[in-house]
Design a protein around this ligand. Structure first.
Ligand SMILES: [Zn+2]
Length: 179
């Protein structure tokens, strides 16, 4: 089995019904991509990941990062933009990475569907309407495997319960130049 398929299987198994607070044992030793924070400098996480028990159940399908209106929003991993527009009144950008995709909202997109982006590339700017921590501005950052298996995006920046290895999908993510 190729490593990527093994990882996908491991992630899927780790998300089987069970205690929601347990670390995903299926990810232990697996290769997980290393990404960059979508807001820079490193933002405060004001709402953690709380995966739903069922596809339509309550939960928080990502993390909320504190920012400021107009702040640049960066791609966490290299990929291809598959959505950039308004969805239910808020700006949404989705970047496809192959097996997974990352989502960013509310964002006024500066990229177009089909664009290839590097890790750290600017996707647009943070906007206030649709903020999950209104009246403050927050970026809701999601990481999705397959159709709708939600993962904790903090895994991508080394804050998850597993050790991260920079070896998924070939090219490791590079941090953007510092200003
Ligand atoms: Zn949120």
């Amino acid at each position: 089995m190729p490593p990527l398929a093994a990882l996908v299987l491991a992630v899927a198994l780790s998300l089987a019904p069970g205690p929601r607070t347990a670390p995903p044992p299926g990810l232990l030793g697996a290769t997980v991509p290393v990404g960059v924070w979508p807001l820079q400098p490193r933002p405060e996480v004001v709402a953690p990941f709380d995966p739903p028990d069922s596809p339509y159940g309550p939960g928080h399908r990502g993390v909320d990062l504190l920012g400021a209106p107009g702040q640049a929003v960066h791609a966490a991993l290299p990929g291809t933009v598959t959505y950039a527009g308004r969805l239910a009144g808020r700006g949404v950008v989705v970047v496809d990475h192959g097996a997974t995709r990352t989502t960013y909202q509310p964002v006024v997109a500066s990229v177009s569907v089909g664009a290839t982006v590097t890790a750290g590339a600017v996707l647009g700017t943070l906007e206030l309407p649709g903020s999950h921590c209104f009246p403050r501005a927050c970026l809701h950052w999601g990481w999705i495997l397959g159709a709708q298996t939600y993962l904790d995006p903090l895994l991508l920046v080394g804050l998850g319960p597993v050790r991260l290895l920079p070896l998924w999908g070939g090219e490791p993510a590079r941090a953007p130049p510092t200003r």
